[in-house]
Design a binder for this molecule. Structure first.
Ligand code: 5GP
Ligand code: ZN
Length: 131
């Protein structure tokens, strides 16, 4: 049984931020910043890629509402909104979830770094994933 499905079924306790019939948002057990929250569909999808369109919209709408509250109420100076897809991208729980990571000026230990790679053939990429 997937650990987030167990959380949805209340077999594992959680600190709930928001809940409705199809979405649950709760505090991450291993926060990388104060207020680190996970937003998930109650239905199991392995990742963002498999998620049904309605559930995806609903998860993102809830994520946006919580991010707004984080800014005004925590308060924080920014928020990282991210989802990992597959192990290669850092996914460790195979139930689609969106991380909301509040960011604080001058007191931040989170480092999300984009390191540029060598020159790439942009046209080749457009041929493959453009539509
Ligand atoms: P991923 O690495 O898959 O993008 O993120 C999984 C996240 O789930 C991690 O940040 C991890 O701390 C969190 N997590 C894993 N198990 C539990 C749990 O049982 N309860 C809660 N609240 N968070 C969990
Ligand atoms: Zn699940």
């Amino acid at each position: 049984m997937c650990i987030f499905c167990s959380i949805v079924k209340k077999e594992i306790p959680n600190y709930t931020i928001y809940e409705d019939e199809s979405v649950l948002a709760f505090l991450d057990v291993n926060p990388t910043a104060k207020g680190h929250t996970l937003v998930i569909p109650k239905t199991h999808y392995d990742s963002f890629i498999e998620c049904d369109s309605n559930d995806l919209h609903h998860v993102m709408n809830v994520a946006q509402k919580i991010a707004k509250k984080m800014e005004t109420e925590l308060p924080c100076d920014g928020v990282n909104v991210l989802t990992n897809v597959r192990q290669a991208a850092g996914q460790s729980v195979n139930h689609f979830h969106v991380h909301l990571i509040p960011r604080y000026k001058n007191q931040d230990v989170v480092q999300i770094e984009f390191k540029p790679i060598e020159a790439v053939d942009y046209n080749e990429i457009i041929k493959k994933i453009g539509f």
